[in-house]
Write a new protein. Structure first.
Length: 156
């Protein structure tokens, strides 16, 4: 059975809060990795990839926000996110823009006899239009994060 990502509380102990202490929105999604899956976080991140729906949404988003001078997502994957940290159990990515600052953390941790993979997102709104942007992208954010975690958890 394929692992399914589900909404969860933000995991305690994540380092992502130190990178964006003041934020207006946060969420987290998690899934349980298959028994015996011992891939490192870096190996899981390499499997992140981007599906066709995400590529189409990225192109549409770039076209819609270009007149406002926002950073394009560009190529699939985590662009334009910069990796702030890569540790054995947590990786943190960031992008700061005119309207919002975003942090995404991927965390692996033991859960009973298995391991969980969790993605946490923090957003700080920098401009009143950032609230409109955030409201518009959240439904797509939920879809993209879930699909990304499920791709990462799929066996190579």
């Amino acid at each position: 059975m394929k692992p399914r990502a589900r909404k969860c509380p933000v995991p305690p102990g994540t380092k992502v809060f130190a990178t964006l202490p003041l934020h207006h929105y946060r969420d987290a999604f998690t899934l349980t990795l298959a028994p015996g899956d011992r891939r490192s976080l870096e190996e899981l991140l390499a499997a992140r990839g981007t599906g066709l729906p995400e590529r189409c949404l990225a192109r549409l988003r770039d076209a819609l926000v270009a007149p406002f001078g926002l950073k394009p997502i560009g190529k699939p994957g985590m662009a334009p996110f910069e990796r702030l940290e890569l540790g054995p159990d947590e990786a943190i990515y960031a992008v700061d823009d005119k309207h919002v600052d975003v942090r995404v953390a991927y965390l692996t941790r033991a859960a009973d006899a298995q391991r969980e993979l969790t993605a946490t997102t923090l957003v700080r709104v920098n401009h009143p239009l950032g609230w409109i942007y955030l409201g518009a992208i959240l439904p797509f954010h939920f879809l993209i994060v879930r699909r990304q975690l499920e791709r990462m958890a799929a066996r190579p």
